[in-house]
Write a protein that binds this ligand. Sequence first.
Ligand code: HEC
Ligand code: HEC
Length: 352
Amino acid sequence: MSPWPNPAQTVSLNYLPMRIFAVVPAAFVAFATLSVALTAAELPTWAFPVAPPNPPRAPAAPGTPPPARSPAAPVDETPKHVPNASVSLTNQQLKAHGPAVPDWHPEEHPAMPAIVNQGREPAVWACAFCHLPTGAGRPENASIAGLPVAYIKQQVLAFKNGDRPGAEPKRGPQNNMILIGKAATEDEAEAAAEYFAALKPQTFMKVVEAEMVPKTFVAGSILAKAPGGGMEPIGNRIIEVPVELDRFELRDSRTPYEVYVPVGSLKRGSELVATGGGKTQQCTICHGPALKGLGDVPRLAGRSPSYLMRQLYDVQNGTRTGASTALMKIVVANLTNDDMLALSAYISSLEP
Ligand code: HEC
Ligand code: HEC
């Protein structure tokens, strides 16, 4: 039976695990047989930011008339701009459920299939609304440009099947991806996968080691620089913020990010990647020599450190599972949060 929502389509999928075993050397299989007891470490909240709830409203005294409705705000029709884009877009065009996703740089990518650009009402939001037309993604979701077709399809199924709930149940973007996974048909996932797999991955991050970082607040589902400014110690965190929050909110696929990582973490991460540091496997065995992906194993290089950390933590914590995830479960079993932070820092600094 097809694992996909539409039972009319029964094309069987080329499942990932078999293909992956083809690239895993025997040495790893020996390592994999060591069983490791693990207790999940504390949630690294910097990678799972959730805005605090609005303060509850005081209940109105009995008999109080309902508050007068404020007059509807006039529709803002002013064209918005981002740097180096020939198009301008209005607020109306920047909305999720518009006829098409905001697309500032149409010359940068081929024509989008309908599911990527328009989605399907009511349940499948256009993929490019969140992952952007270039597949560059944003820190709260994922860069999916250039990932293998089979991997993309398998992950859509993983969200559908409850294999990727994520460690923070209040994270809205993740919950939306789960709903999309549940509703997307195999044809839709296939069309989206073919489109994103053919795109060239890019990065707009500048990764630097720092002791002091800008103070932040949670804007939607990401960290952003606090409007009041100020600096604070980095602690055991990576601080990934858009240089300009406005440009991020306009969904410009070229939005630049500042990424601050703890001093020493880049070297530590590079050593763990290259040698495993006695506690894990060399990542390059499965993810390719420059971590640009190998066979159906995904690219890691140049991806958001918040995204990378969420995946490492979720795998360790059991909030990302699935047949091929078992290989990663062993990789992360002995890693501390600091190890996973160092890996995320270093890998995010690589050319995608
Ligand atoms: C509402 C925003 C949103 C939309 C729309 C959306 N996604 Fe996602 N997607 C996410 C989030 C958030 C994640 C990352 C979850 C996490 O952090 O683990 C994600 C992750 C993924 C991944 C996993 C990437 C990886 O490397 O494992 C794939 C594949 C994916 N999405 C495909 C799609 C496709 C295909 C569509 C359209 C049918 C789509 N998404 C629409 C929010 C969205
Ligand atoms: C034995 C093979 C193997 C090794 C070694 C390995 N990985 Fe993986 N990795 C995988 C597979 C397979 C997946 C896809 C898992 C899935 O389908 O859920 C994956 C997924 C990931 C992901 C999630 C990517 C995404 O797009 O969501 C991250 C992050 C990751 N690996 C990091 C690492 C790091 C860091 C190392 C080295 C310390 C490493 N891996 C070593 C096989 C491996």
